[in-house]
Design a protein around this ligand. Structure first.
Ligand SMILES: [Zn+2]
Length: 399
């Protein structure tokens, strides 16, 4: 178990060759005409045809064996607590399990399952700073967990946000999970957060567990967070007319989560498509929560939206990669020179009826994962959690 996997150290050059299909993560051009990627010291340095790129001096060579390479998947909505353990369902190694589902980056929507979570201002600030530091130091399996997401309380003043930002906090937890549940207070604090470079999200819909509250369209639109957190509810969704109002009433991110209402997710997807706003769709699991931990949750969302929502699979993968990276200003999520070398290598699952991986996902099946790579370092080979991939990549050389 790679509990504290190292970040890239020393010069490295990774070459992935013989790629059968390269998914870019970008809606405007989801498939790239290339069969080789080169990454040096954890960053992508070349993308092209083998004969056109410099593969000399590789420290690791991966033969993709004609399989599919995509950016590592991003889960836009998780609730981590401490390392690779969650008290909510008392599970260990859940983040490592997600890595086996292709997730290489996670965004905390608040460390709200922390036993004894402090709600006074000094305490909640201290916890956020601690979580940010702890998860950046410890990367379970190599997964990048962006944590340290304080849940706002009514007693906070502008200086608290300034202080949090100066200490390295970049996210707010879901607005509505703390004492602030009204539009005007939320809007004021979200504005302070934005002023100091802190991104925000909100709990949309009915209460998720006893003690949580209802946040309706009026509060969501007034609060004006950067992301409309689980617009399909967590778990109880708003009525369709309210979801439509939110889609039409702002240009913020529309987050669809595994632990929400699937019918409402499909309604949101169709609404966004009608509006020409598919670039606003991003995906999360909202795990660990009452529904548990879903190591394959992001893949399942991609497959569900592609099959039932009739979205080509290569576009559905963008919801979990490039869309999220752009919205959240991450340096991963796209196959582009200069981006982090975070990849998932997949193939059609064995015995799936589709004629290729894209068709199999559009038919509602999950792909099989053969390898994950973070910062140019191979983290896992054949996934222990997905159905077995037809073909898997192989490490064929390097020094
Ligand atoms: Zn929530």
């Amino acid at each position: 178990m790679a509990h504290d996997a190292p970040q890239a150290s020393g010069p490295s050059k990774l070459v992935i060759r013989n790629i059968g299909l390269l998914l870019s993560g970008a809606l405007e051009k989801p498939i790239l005409d290339a069969d080789t990627i080169v990454a040096e010291n954890g960053k992508i340095t070349a993308i092209g045809r083998a004969k056109d790129v410099d593969t000399e001096g590789a420290t690791t060579i991966v033969d993709a064996a004609g399989t599919t390479v995509a950016p590592g998947l991003i889960d836009s909505h998780v609730h981590p607590v401490a390392g690779d353990w969650t008290p909510r369902q008392n599970q260990s190694n859940w983040i490592d399990s997600y890595l086996h589902g292709g997730v290489t980056t996670m965004i905390s929507a608040g460390e709200v399952h922390m036993p004894g979570r402090p709600r006074d201002v000094v305490g909640l600030k201290a916890m956020a700073i601690f979580a940010q530091r702890a998860f950046w130091t410890l990367r379970p399996g190599g997964v990048k967990v962006h944590a340290g997401a304080p849940v706002i309380e009514c007693e906070m003043v502008e200086d608290d946000f300034k202080e949090l930002a100066a200490a390295g906090v970049k996210l707010l937890g879901e607005v509505g999970l703390g004492g602030v549940k009204d539009g005007p207070t939320a809007r004021k604090m979200v504005g302070w957060a934005r002023k100091y470079g802190i991104q925000s999200t909100i709990h949309t819909g009915g209460p998720s567990i006893p003690g949580s509250g209802l946040i309706d369209k009026d509060v969501v639109l007034e609060a004006d967070t950067d992301v409309v957190g689980h617009i399909n509810g967590g778990h109880t969704a708003l009525p369709d007319d309210q979801i439509r109002c939110i889609c039409e009433g702002c240009k913020r991110g529309l987050e669809l989560v595994h632990n929400g209402n699937e019918r409402s997710a499909l309604f949101t997807l169709r609404t966004a498509r009608e509006m020409g706003d598919l670039n606003r769709i991003i995906l999360g699991t909202d795990a660990p929560a009452g529904s548990g931990v879903q190591p394959l949750g992001i893949l399942r969302m991609v497959s569900m939206l592609s099959s039932l929502g009739e979205v080509p699979a290569e576009l559905a993968f963008c919801f979990a990669t490039g869309n999220t990276a752009r919205m959240r200003a991450l340096d991963c999520g796209l196959i582009e020179i200069g981006r982090s070398a975070d990849f998932v290598i997949m193939d059609k699952a064995q015995h799936s009826p589709g004629k290729n991986i894209l068709e199999s996902v559009q038919l509602g099946d999950l792909p099989g994962i053969g390898m994950t790579i973070i910062d140019g370092i191979i983290r896992t080979q054949r996934s222990r959690n997905t159905p077995p991939a037809g073909k898997v990549p192989e490490i064929v050389g390097g020094h």
